[in-house]
Design a protein around this ligand. Structure first.
Ligand SMILES: Cc1cc2nc3c(=O)[nH]c(=O)nc-3n(C[C@H](O)[C@H](O)[C@H](O)COP(=O)(O)OP(=O)(O)OC[C@H]3O[C@@H](n4cnc5c(N)ncnc54)[C@H](O)[C@@H]3O)c2cc1C
Length: 333
């Protein structure tokens, strides 16, 4: 049974500062909430700051999450918040604009002012930058999607359109052929597939449409076709490859080290979620492009365990120092 929050607060208080938290988590999506739940249950004083815009907010259903297949993403987060709150985790709505290292602590901006914390966990997700084409933003998460494992099954009987945004879109089309034998690859502004790419598309019976995509056909609320070269090609769904930009402004402002890859410049974390900045950790899509909901939940739990162990080590060191100090005072008296 859950104890009262005051008891947990007292139990975790190794530093004599009532306003001090053990962990501030910025970002209350699956990664941040999973970490918050574990840390709350570990009797840590935890505050989650969240601006309420998870990546999959436009999707009505979430798929491939064991035990929750088909659940609304919004409901998952509502349940997660309620569960974490039951262990004393406190929530502050709104964006955290800033963070800075202040000695052994970190100061984090919030709608309730500056929070002082022993550790900061950034779980702010990523932003999908969509191709600048009419209808794509409005249909995002419904008629226009990105992830075959999230939405492929629902469209297994449809014509699946793949609107290319980079040469890697050929791989997306090949992948989607696993779900439907009617895949149309729209070359769009990326240009004509050639060489082995072309051979591979043709070998799997993937139809190729050349020319720049100019929009979508919408009937009622539904997307039913892709406009290209003044024609409309019937499709049941469009998969595309947005540019994925980590929402890592806080991490960068703190000076976290990054590594350049074909996906861009991303903040480095070790296997436990530590960044290069002491006391600053990160988890989920902000540092891992492949973190779907299940992976984000799992990594949130993993990082919370490592973070708690790190705090325990600090608590032990502080206790040892206190014992040594008491011994030396006794010896000198
Ligand atoms: C359309 C779509 C559908 C998807 N469907 C599925 C699916 O069916 N199954 C699946 O497994 N995955 C799906 N995904 C992927 C899924 O959305 C991500 O894997 C997941 O959201 C990553 O979780 P996260 O906690 O890292 O980030 P997010 O869920 O994006 O959460 C980050 C949170 O941090 C907040 N935040 C950001 N910056 C700040 C700040 N400075 N201060 C305070 N708060 C901040 C945001 O508002 C947000 O609430 C889908 C993605 C898209 C785009």
């Amino acid at each position: 049974m859950v104890e009262n929050a005051q008891e947990r607060t007292d139990a975790g208080a190794n530093v004599n500062d009532a306003a001090l938290t053990d962990v501030v988590i910025v970002g209350g999506g699956p990664a941040g909430l999973s970490a918050a739940l574990s840390l709350g249950r570990a009797r840590r004083r935890v505050v989650v700051i969240d601006s309420g815009e998870p990546r999959n907010r436009t999707a009505a259903h979430m798929h491939g999450v064991l035990g929750h297949d088909g659940l609304s993403p919004r409901v998952l987060l509502e349940r997660g918040r309620a569960e974490a709150a039951g262990y004393g985790v406190r929530f502050i709505d709104g964006e955290s604009p800033s963070a800075r290292v202040a000695g052994d602590l970190i100061e984090v901006g919030s709608a309730e002012g500056l929070l002082r914390t022993r550790r900061l966990l950034v779980a702010t997700g990523l932003e999908d930058v969509l191709p600048d084409l009419p209808g794509f933003r409005e249909q995002w998460g419904r008629g226009v999607v990105v992830c075959p494992y999230c939405d492929g099954w629902e469209h297994r009987h449809d014509v699946i359109g793949v609107v290319a945004t980079s040469p890697r879109s050929v791989e997306q089309a090949q992948l989607l052929r696993q779900w439907s034998d009617r895949v149309v690859y729209f070359e769009n502004v990326v240009g004509a597939a050639s060489g082995t790419d072309l051979e591979r598309l043709v070998s799997r019976g993937i139809r190729i449409e050349s020319g720049a995509v100019t929009g979508l056909r919408i009937e009622g609320e539904r997307m039913t076709g892709v406009e290209v070269d003044g024609r409309v090609i019937d499709v049941g769904v469009v998969f595309t490859g947005p540019t994925m930009r980590p929402r890592d402004a806080l991490l960068r402002s703190l000076g976290a080290a990054t590594t350049e890859s074909e996906l861009g410049d991303w903040v480095d974390v070790d296997a436990d979620g530590r960044t290069s900045v002491p006391g600053v950790w990160a988890v989920g899509n902000v540092v891992n492009v492949r973190a779907n909901v299940s992976v984000s939940l799992g990594l949130g739990s993993l990082v919370a365990g490592a973070l708690n162990a790190d705090l325990v080590a600090e608590d032990v060191a502080a206790a040892l120092r206190a014992v040594e100090l008491a011994s030396s005072v006794l010896a000198s008296s």
